[in-house]
Design a binder for this molecule. Structure first.
Ligand SMILES: [Zn+2]
Length: 529
């Protein structure tokens, strides 16, 4: 190929290469700098830009040694452009939880799939700079002179950095604390630090944590001649704000309305995290949000283990990315095959399945729900109720209304799926005491405050990502046979609930009391007769 024929277009000394690379690195940080500008104004952001340039000069003078310089520069171009894409397309910050999602192959968590716009972005921010780098010849001076030049550059950069920082030295700590959330946008420290933290979380050796599963069995129900069937449905990216059962203007839960009289409908629940990798394992763990350690599901037993140990047959049905460690010791059936992964097929044979599971059964259905950005893939065509929809995976290219329409269609489909499940289960009422608990792993941002999808850092996350639906369907037959008080259940659902409650509520429902069981976090406990 002709343009490859000539090896080099540019020739430059290593010093000039370092200066240009430092300047480009500041350029890649335009999101960080513009956020800082919005927070602090022109002076501070300009000074920070200059300071960044000097720090890059310092770092590259050390790192960009002969033979390694171009490879390192190439690495930074690739990594910066990848991080930049997700930050600018979805206003996403990069932290260890985000990287954990990446390593757990939850690519959907991080943002859109490959699209045309992404390709263009990569040509401009990745391939073109890589090509220029390839065509650049770096001239290194003899070792002594090279060393001296580098030392001089580092000296000047260090001196100027100190000059900038000195007047602010007394307030620097407070300043960094106040603007800490912006550091998740500062490259390359954000992705390097997050990657190292995520690797540490995944590979740190932990002794397997066994729960004290020996339970005091509390059969609070009288002998009612029926089997117990408890179903937990873990939704995906469903946010409380868009559920009409709890006040959303659009009738997104229309199909569930006929079941409302037999439901506990909580106004909202606080999710344990803003991403699947945190929330799904946390939901089943004995630890609440404050004490839950991301990554711990791989070495800690959960409520399903306790149920299985105490005579319940447990089954996990997976239609999402994975069970996130919850089903490691539990029979699991995987459904999602075609990428669209509609949720209805997951319970098509639920009656037959339940009948193979003995007198006490717990089934978890892990839905694909409303996973973005391709909300339009989350429902069959006939559920295109609200139009116009957004068919672009780069959500910024759609209007907020289009995004909301598409998302609401996915919620309406989830309502249909759940209503269909409940209808199926109604046919089992003569044989079983049935309870269905539905919640979502986390919520979703639909462009509010220029934020999309989820996985925001919990402390700074918008409420849309943290507030999820939570409802329980306990038909009158189960209320009667399991000895509950309907009025009390209804009253209880007016109070607050969070993901912290699931572990204890499931155990309470099953009549299994282990040392970890806390009746105060059992939503059913106060309503037993
Ligand atoms: Zn999720």
């Amino acid at each position: 190929m002709n343009f490859l024929a000539k090896r080099y277009y540019f020739k430059m000394t290593s010093a000039r290469f370092i200066l240009i690379a430092a300047l480009c690195s500041v350029g890649y940080n335009y999101i960080f700098l513009s956020k800082l500008f919005a927070d602090t104004g022109i002076c501070i952001s300009l000074l920070t830009g200059v300071l960044l340039f000097l720090l890059f000069v310092l770092a590259y003078s050390l790192l960009f040694v002969k033979y390694a310089a171009k490879y390192l520069a190439g690495f930074f171009i690739i990594a910066n452009s990848a991080a930049l894409y997700f930050m600018q397309a979805y206003n996403i910050a990069i932290d260890k939880i985000m990287m954990l999602n990446v390593f757990q192959t939850d690519t959907g968590e991080v943002g859109g799939l490959l699209g045309g716009e992404m390709a263009l972005f990569f040509i401009v921010f990745c391939l073109f700079p890589l090509f220029l780098l390839y065509k650049t010849e770096i001239i290194y001076a003899p070792l002594k002179r090279e060393l001296l030049t580098r030392l001089k550059m580092m000296g000047v950069a260090g001196f100027l950095s100190a000059l900038i920082l000195l007047p602010f030295s007394s307030r620097l700590d407070t300043f960094v604390q106040e603007h800490k959330r912006l550091l998740y946008h500062l490259m390359p420290s954000n992705y390097i630090d997050s990657t190292l933290s995520a690797i540490k979380i995944m590979h740190k050796h932990h002794d397997f944590k066994v729960l004290d599963k020996k339970a005091k069995i509390n059969r609070y129900w009288k002998n009612n001649g029926r089997k117990n069937l408890f179903i937990v449905v873990v939704g995906e990216s469903a946010r409380a704000a868009n559920f009409s059962l709890t006040g959303y203007k659009r009738d997104t839960n229309k199909e569930l309305k006929p079941f409302a009289a037999e439901m506990m409908i909580f106004p909202k629940a606080d999710a344990c995290g803003t991403s699947t990798a945190v929330s799904v394992p946390c939901l089943f763990s004995p630890y609440g949000r404050e004490d839950f350690v991301p990554g711990s599901a791989s070495y800690t037993e959960n409520v399903l283990d306790v149920l299985a140990y105490n005579g319940y047959q447990v089954l996990w049905r997976e239609n999402n990315s994975s069970c996130k460690g919850n089903c490691n010791r539990i029979p699991t059936e995987i459904f999602c095959q075609n990428g669209k992964c509609h949720d209805k097929p997951m319970h098509a044979d639920i009656k037959e399945k339940a009948r193979t599971m003995g007198n006490r059964a717990v089934i978890v259905l892990h839905q694909h729900g409303s996973h973005g950005p391709d909300y339009f893939n989350r429902y069959p065509e006939e559920f295109e109720i609200y139009t116009p929809i957004c068919k672009d995976e780069v959500l910024r290219n759609c209007t907020l209304l289009q995004i909301r329409n598409t998302y609401d269609n996915s919620i309406a489909y989830t309502s249909h799926v759940m209503a269909d499940l409940l209808k199926n289960l109604q046919q089992l009422e003569d044989e079983y005491n049935i309870v269905v608990i539905y919640t979502s792993d986390h919520g979703e941002s639909l462009g509010e405050e220029d934020t999309y999808l989820h996985s925001a850092i919990y402390e700074h996350a918008p409420k849309y990502q943290k507030e999820v639906p939570f409802w329980v369907w306990m038909p009158d037959s189960a209320v009667k046979n399991l000895n509950y008080d309907r009025t009390c259940l209804r009253r209880r659902s007016q109070n607050s609930v969070s993901h912290d409650h699931l572990f204890h509520s499931l155990l309470g429902l099953a009549g299994i009391e282990i040392p970890h069981y806390n009746p105060e976090l059992d939503i059913f406990a106060p309503c037993r007769r």
